[in-house]
Ligand binder design. Structure first.
Ligand code: FMN
Length: 195
């Protein structure tokens, strides 16, 4: 099974790559799981401005980054979205990436890692509404990073120190990954049997 970890922020000095790198390493420890980080900086897509909705598209959009993004999302069986909180929501660059394709997300599982003053909970709850429309299953357990953990991980200068910083939320991560892999496997089987 393939799990893709999507960094929800592209800004200079972002935090998202710290939890993203940690979670992808935790996923790679699981048997039979291929995991990778998807960095939206590598997919510089314009703000969505297409005449046809992705749910009824008959030909791929022409933009090269959009085509690469769509093909990459097609490969995933499950996703972890690293969700910063911007003004009690999630970043626009992440919404744009979610909007650009539809069928690639359908009948797949997603989990969340959040951070911010309310540990990203508001951002994650908004994302749950969006992924429901994309016909995804969002798992119950999220990883909610408290401020002190955020600060320690932000200032950590090695992968080992980052992992140590995230230790207080490692049980949350384990449960989120357990739930994600269960749903991703169940949905992969169901897609293969019914499509
Ligand atoms: C535009 C903007 C709005 C923000 N709004 C909130 C907010 O509403 N609540 C919150 O807890 N943090 C807020 N923050 C702080 C971010 O959660 C924090 O900077 C975090 O590191 C952003 O994720 P990133 O570093 O991966 O981009 C905001 C940050 C930015 C840049």
């Amino acid at each position: 099974m393939k799990v893709q970890v999507i960094l929800g922020s592209t800004r200079e000095g972002r935090f998202s790559e710290k939890p993203g790198g940690w979670i992808v390493d935790e996923l790679k420890k699981r048997d039979g799981i291929e995991a990778e980080v998807l960095d939206l900086r590598d997919y510089p897509m314009p703000f969505f401005n297409e005449p046809v909705s992705p749910s009824v598209i008959t030909e791929p959009y022409k933009n090269e980054a959009v085509q690469r993004w769509t093909r990459k999302i097609d490969e995933g069986d499950g996703y972890v979205i690293i969700a910063p909180e911007y003004n009690h929501g999630y970043p626009a660059v992440l919404k744009n990436a979610l909007d650009y394709t539809y069928k690639s997300w359908n009948r797949k599982a997603v989990g969340f890692v959040g951070y911010g003053s309310a540990m990203g909970a508001r951002s994650i709850e908004q994302l749950r509404l969006v992924v429901a429309e994309l016909q995804m299953v969002s798992v119950r357990q999220s990883v909610l990073i408290p401020g002190a953990v955020y600060m320690e991980a932000k200032n950590a200068s090695s992968d080992g120190a980052v992992k140590t910083a995230f230790e207080p939320v490692s049980e949350q991560a384990k449960t989120m990954i357990d739930q994600l892999l269960w749903w991703a496997g169940a949905l992969k089987n169901a897609r293969e049997q019914t499509s």
